[in-house]
Every structure is written in structure tokens, then in C-alpha cells.
Design a protein around this ligand. Structure first.
Ligand code: ADP
Ligand code: ASP
Ligand code: MG
Length: 411
């Protein structure tokens, strides 16, 4: 008998018909003798609808109340799914995050899971019940409802799987696995049979929204076997695990991730001396603004410039701070650009191969795409480009690394 945690995302439970289809799938798994814990998202569009209601009243809605509001989306789904399971003669019970309980810190809208008490779930499983848990939510030490950030149901599922020591955590979604890149952008993208935690973490942190970053961190840390599958069709999906690919399939690049969520800021004409980078970037970080790519350049006249990227939602606050810093440092100018995109190629194969960057830059140059910033890690190369070339860049890189269906990956 296996203990499996399954998570169904918004599209998979997007209508009453879809919820019934999911119930039928769960019923089959239950009848096969598995112990099932099912994590559900809000029905597709619901979280955005709720955010819209709050925004109609105020653009400064209290974060605690927003979390109370958003947590209702998942609560609707969990009850409807149990009703559909009962109709099929399956004994099932639903719990909110607070009822489990899933304990988090108190950072509303981006709370982190600290502890899960699995005893109630274990008792239900022992009585042959299917346990349905609302994703994306928890409760803080003062009994306030919290949410885990967009896409947070993935993290609920993996954290539950880790805490219950499940045999596998299955993420059911609207694509049949993790692809070489978003199949909605590149239509000959290829489904991967396997990908390592390390690669998946880079993919997720560079913008591939198929899994929330924190869920991959959890899975890697607690070595939870994680599989991404379709709730619409049968298939093996993609296994995310510790091992690197075997020799049969060792591509140079495993995937391409991208995002348009960031904006670029530059401060020019600052002194090239110790402490200046700290003054600029320290002040931004102190305001709790996350900085991503950073590049510093020194001109012949010994004046320096620093360029960095932040999330678009933090741009205006970061720009105001940077203007103040510019006055303090006697800088020449500050400018910003929100029409940028970030494209990253990811693969453990990069470790043992030189020349990957050259292939990437050549492909972009062939399309006349200018690279504004470059940053690398051991298994990733990221470039920042003009957002209008994003899709062209992703497609040309996908072709340059022979990643499409029916092509042999570059070794
Ligand atoms: P859910 O609602 O089930 O959580 P998401 O919308 O969060 O689903 O994630 C699934 C989507 O992720 C897919 O529809 C696809 O467009 C997108 N996606 C982005 N990158 C990839 C990738 N590399 N492989 C597969 N899907 C990807
Ligand atoms: N409903 C939440 C969202 O839309 C959480 C999730 O679906 O994972 O972000
Ligand atoms: Mg998701």
C-alpha cells in the first residue's frame, strides 16, 4: 500500500465537471488500495477574482484580511471535491490549513510553513478515508489565517508529503509534465521524463511557473519524489529527483525558462571606491526589495555605474530610493526600464561542457537580439533582453540547442 499526496491545480478543478473528473480519478486510486491525501487549489480564476473584489474597495487592503479572503477559494474546492467523492461511495473528509493544522510564520501573503501536525490526517487514513486539504494556506502561532504566495498549493502538497513521509507527491496540472520550455510558447517543446531537483529549482526561480519555487526547495531538502502529470490524460509525466540523467539522455541543456516580471534600474557616475555598492544595494535590500541580476561597470574616468533588476511591483519604490541615494553620492543620473525580459538556459550538462555560452550568444546574435545583461551560475546562463524579443529568443535558443521533439539533444 502506498501513501500518495496528489495536488490538483486551478484548471484541473476549474468547473463542477472537472471536479467530478478528478473525483473519479481519486476513486480509482483509492480502490487500487493507495492511501491518498489530496491538496486542491481554488477553481481557476477564483484567486484573481477575489483579489479583484478587494481592489475594487481599496488598493491598500489589509494583508491579514486579504489572506482571510483568498483562503476561501481553496475551501470551496475541497468541499465540492468531498461531495463528489461521497457520491462515488468514497469516504472522504476535507480540512482547511488551520484544521490540519499547517503552522506558518506570520508573513501574510508569503507565509512559510514551519510545522505540520499530521496526526489527524494519519488517523483518517487509518480509517480508509481520503483526506482533502486546502492548498496555499496555513495558520500562524496567533491563530491568524495565512497564505503561502501565488502557486502555493504546490508547496502545501510537497510539505505534506515530506511530513507524512509519502511515497510520492504527484502534481496534477493542465500539461502532461515538465517540458524543455513552456509549451504555450514553443509548440514543439519536448516533455522531459526526468529532471533533477537542482535543474527544476533553477527553472522555477528563473520564471518557469509550473511549480512554485518553494515546493521544489522542500522536495529537494526532504528528498520527496515529485512527479508532474496531467489531470486530463493518462501518462508517466515528469519525475523530479536527485539523480542526474543516465548516459542515454544527457543533454547539454535541459530547459529554457523566462519571465517578464522584472524591471532594470541603473545609477551612473558614482565613485569607484569601497562601500559604494553597499550604499546603493544595501539601501534597496533594507527596504525589503529583492534584487536579482546585478552588474557593475567602471569607465575610463574611474566613475562607476551599477545596474540591477527588481520585481516590476517594486520598481517605483526602488526608483524613489535610488534617486535619494544618487543625491547622497553625487551621481550623474538614474534611469529605469520596465520593458525587459529575462531568458535562462538551464542544465547540469553545462558543468562538463565548454562553449554553451557561445552557442547561446550566437543564436541571439543571429536574430539581431541585443543582450543587455548576463549572469551565470554553474548550471545556468541568464540574459536580460528587450521584452519584445522574448518569444523570438526562446524559440531560437530552443532550436539552437536541438531541444525540439524528434531531435537528438546536443551532447
Ligand atoms: P496549476 O493551475 O495546475 O498550478 P500552472 O498554471 O501553475 O498550473 O502551471 C502549469 C502551466 O505552466 C502550464 O500550463 C504551462 O503553460 C506553464 N509552464 C511554464 N513552463 C513550463 C514548462 N517548462 N513545462 C511545462 N509547463 C510550463
Ligand atoms: N489559488 C492560489 C493561486 O492562484 C494558489 C494555487 O493555485 O496554488 O495562486
Ligand atoms: Mg501552479
Amino acid at each position: 500500500m502506498s501513501l500518495i499526496v496528489q495536488k490538483y491545480g486551478g484548471t484541473s478543478v476549474g468547473s463542477v465537471e472537472r471536479i467530478e473528473a478528478v473525483a473519479a480519478r481519486i476513486a480509482r486510486g483509492h480502490i487500487d488500495g493507495n492511501q491518498l491525501v489530496v491538496v486542491v487549489s481554488a477553481m481557476s480564476g477564483e484567486t484573481n477574482r477575489l483579489l479583484g473584489l478587494a481592489a475594487d474597495i481599496s488598493d491598500q487592503a489589509d494583508l491579514r484580511e486579504k489572506d482571510v479572503l483568498l483562503s476561501t477559494g481553496e475551501q470551496v474546492t475541497m468541499a465540492l471535491l468531498c461531495i463528489a467523492l461521497h457520491k462515488r461511495g468514497i469516504s472522504a473528509v476535507s480540512y482547511t490549513g488551520r484544521q490540519v493544522p499547517i503552522l506558518t510564520d506570520s508573513s501574510y501573503s508569503k507565509a512559510r510553513i514551519q510545522e505540520i501536525d499530521g496526526s489527524r490526517i494519519r488517523a483518517d487514513l487509518a480509517c480508509k478515508k481520503v483526506v482533502v486539504v486546502a492548498g496555499f494556506q496555513g495558520v500562524d502561532p496567533d491563530d491568524n489565517i495565512t497564505t503561502l504566495g501565488r502557486g502555493g498549493s504546490d508547496t502545501t502538497a510537497v510539505a505534506l508529503a515530506a511530513s507524512l513521509n509519502a511515497d510520492e507527491c504527484q502534481i496534477y496540472t493542465d500539461v502532461d509534465g515538465v517540458y524543455t520550455t513552456d509549451p504555450r510558447v514553443v509548440n514543439d517543446a519536448r516533455r522531459l521524463d526526468k529532471i533533477t531537483f537542482e535543474e527544476m529549482l533553477e527553472m522555477a526561480s528563473q520564471g518557469s511557473k509550473i511549480l512554485q519555487i518553494r515546493s521544489v526547495e522542500f522536495a529537494g531538502k526532504y528528498n520527496v519524489p515529485l512527479r508532474v502529470l496531467s489531470s486530463f490524460e493518462e501518462g508517466p509525466g515528469t519525475l523530479i529527483s536527485l539523480e542526474e540523467n543516465d548516459n542515454m539522455e544527457k543533454p547539454l541543456i535541459s530547459g529554457i525558462a523566462f519571465n517578464k516580471d522584472e524591471a532594470k534600474l541603473t545609477i551612473r557616475g558614482i565613485p569607484d571606491q569601497p562601500g559604494v555598492a553597499y550604499k546603493v544595494l544595501g539601501a534597496i535590500s533594507e527596504a525589503n526589495i529583492e534584487i536579482d541580476v546585478i552588474v557593475q561597470n567602471v569607465a575610463k574616468d574611474n566613475s562607476a555605474s551599477i545596474t540591477f533588476t527588481v520585481n516590476k511591483t517594486d520598481l517605483s519604490e526602488a526608483e524613489t530610493l535610488l534617486q535619494q541615494i544618487a543625491v547622497d553620492l553625487g551621481a550623474l543620473e538614474v534611469d529605469s526600464d520596465k520593458h525587459i525580459a529575462k531568458v535562462s538556459i538551464v542544465g547540469v550538462g553545462m558543468r562538463s561542457h565548454a562553449g554553451v555560452a557561445a552557442i547561446m550568444f550566437e543564436a541571439l546574435s543571429n536574430e539581431g537580439i541585443n543582450i543587455q545583461l548576463i549572469t551565470t551560475s554553474e548550471i545556468k546562463i541568464t540574459v536580460v533582453i528587450d521584452e519584445k524579443y522574448l518569444e523570438l529568443a526562446v524559440r531560437s535558443l530552443h532550436a539552437a540547442f536541438n531541444m525540439a521533439v524528434d531531435t537528438v539533444p546536443l551532447e
